[in-house]
Ligand binder design. Structure first.
Ligand code: URA
Length: 448
């Protein structure tokens, strides 16, 4: 049947569900230019108000996924799994997780993003690792592999982390840019199709979604996060993948280190079987579920135990070393991260001004302080400073004594360090001894 975009927009505006052919027509047309921006913008706004059925969402995801290259790993003699996080502050989990899961025998072809706003991005963290580069010209950890090189590396090493390539989900690139300027980002079906189309085009058979909840997350409330998680799981499963979503807390930062090189330091701690308890628990939970979905662990508990063992016995660290070297980074970063990684010239500490218990530490505000230090971007084209950020010496709920360092500011100069220090002083409260802050549980829910 011959479709006309205007009729499909009107149908969506009036609350009707579209069929698969209609959705295919819109996405194909938008990519080849026969459906112009203004019609796609109207369609996105109609979808914003009317929503989509689960079938429509899965068809949209599928059409977007098929707009470019779709990778396939069926030729490998091991299973593949990936994870996606909806983003947060201090969320460096992809680094230890990818290495630990690969060390347990499951391939991890991970296509990641950059930080934007108060949230960090895996690619920026990896790029903070200096080294010879893949071409020997000194460019450091290189995330710009061709899809052929990416496939070869996953085949050989079971893991590789790269950035979006121009022909992976081009429909999403075009639509996201349009949604960004037409106030249509905050639509569950459009978010689901956008995130899941990129993850499904990557081809991993098993996918674990870390849906963050709280002030530092895209979804501020548990209810919003649950709705998004359920819709992503449904859409992924309708497209034939094993998908689990785990809702985790982002009302406070994850772990202790925030900032690009600083988060690599915490990742190395985790890969040595050390590091903060919350980051380790999230690594084990997400990794355990990836192993379960991939069929190499019979249940979540055994999956988590295998990930914990890989972190403790050095196999995950050895995998990370090999990964860094293959991508052109200096593998000695796993031996002496503080020496190899870029360092901020100014480090100042905020000390506890009284005895007490650390209260809530708002993830969004902490993320914004680290952006102002230069660790993040306000606009896509902004440069970041890989060395700067924050390192917490105490976390919400910890008992502290007067004079104990609560947080170190790593800054490019004295002035920005002082500004960050006074902002931090406003964000961190100390409760009377015996009190405890109200926090979300680290693991809030799991959706299968
Ligand atoms: N992240 C994405 O990749 N897409 C969205 O629509 C929202 C967040």
């Amino acid at each position: 049947m011959q479709h006309r975009a205007v009729e499909l927009i009107a149908a969506k505006r009036d609350g009707h569900a579209l069929d698969q052919a209609a959705i295919d027509f819109l996405i194909r047309g938008y990519c080849d230019g026969s459906v112009p921006d203004y019609q796609m913008a109207a369609f996105a706004m109609a979808t914003f108000f009317q929503g989509m059925t689960a079938d429509e969402t899965a068809w949209l995801l599928d059409a977007m996924q098929r707009s470019g290259d779709v990778l396939n790993w069926d030729h490998l003699d091991f299973p593949t799994a990936d994870k996606h996080s909806t983003g947060g502050v201090g969320d460096k989990i992809s680094l230890p997780l990818a290495a630990a899961v690969a060390a347990c025998g499951v391939g991890v072809p991970m296509i990641s993003g950059r930080g934007l706003g108060h949230t960090g991005g895996t690619l920026d963290k990896l790029e903070s690792i200096p080294g010879p580069g893949r071409d020997g010209k000194g460019g450091g950890f290189d995330v710009r592999l061709s899809l052929d090189d990416f496939q070869t590396m996953v085949g050989e090493l079971r893991v590789s982390l790269i950035g979006q390539t121009p022909n992976l989900c081009p429909a999403d690139r075009k639509m996201y840019a349009l949604r960004d300027v037409t106030a249509t980002v905050e639509s569950i079906p459009l978010i689901v199709a956008s995130i899941m189309s990129k993850k499904l085009a990557e081809g991993a058979g098993n996918l674990v979604l870390d849906v963050k909840v709280g002030s530092g997350a895209f979804m501020r409330t548990v209810e919003q996060a649950r709705t998004l998680a359920q819709a992503m799981v449904d859409a992924g499963q309708r497209c034939g993948r094993n998908v689990t979503a785990i809702l985790t807390a982002m009302d406070r930062p994850l772990g202790t280190h925030i900032g690009n090189a600083l988060e690599v330091i915490e990742s190395v701690q985790l890969l040595r079987g050390e590091g903060p308890a919350d980051s380790r628990a999230v690594t084990c939970r997400l990794g355990g579920e990836m192993l379960r979905l991939a069929g190499v662990a019979p249940d979540l508990a055994q999956g988590e135990a295998r990930i914990a063992q890989a972190l403790d016995d050095g196999t995950a660290l050895a995998k990370f070393r090999a990964l860094v070297e293959a991508h052109g980074g200096d593998p000695r970063v796993v031996d002496a991260p503080e020496e190899i990684l870029p360092k901020a010239p100014v480090v100042l500490a905020l000390e506890a001004w009284t005895d007490g218990v650390v209260g809530t530490v708002d993830a969004l505000q902490i993320g914004l302080i680290s952006v102002r230090l230069g660790a993040g971007r306000n606009r896509k084209e902004d440069d970041i400073d890989p060395a700067v950020g924050l390192v917490f010496g105490a976390k919400p709920g910890d008992v502290v004594i007067s004079g104990q360092p609560l947080c170190w500011v790593h800054a490019a100069d004295e002035r920005t360090a002082e500004v960050a220090l006074s902002a931090l002083r406003r964000e961190i409260s100390l409760l009377a001894p015996g009190q405890s802050p109200e926090l979300l549980p680290l693991f809030i829910d799991t959706i299968y």
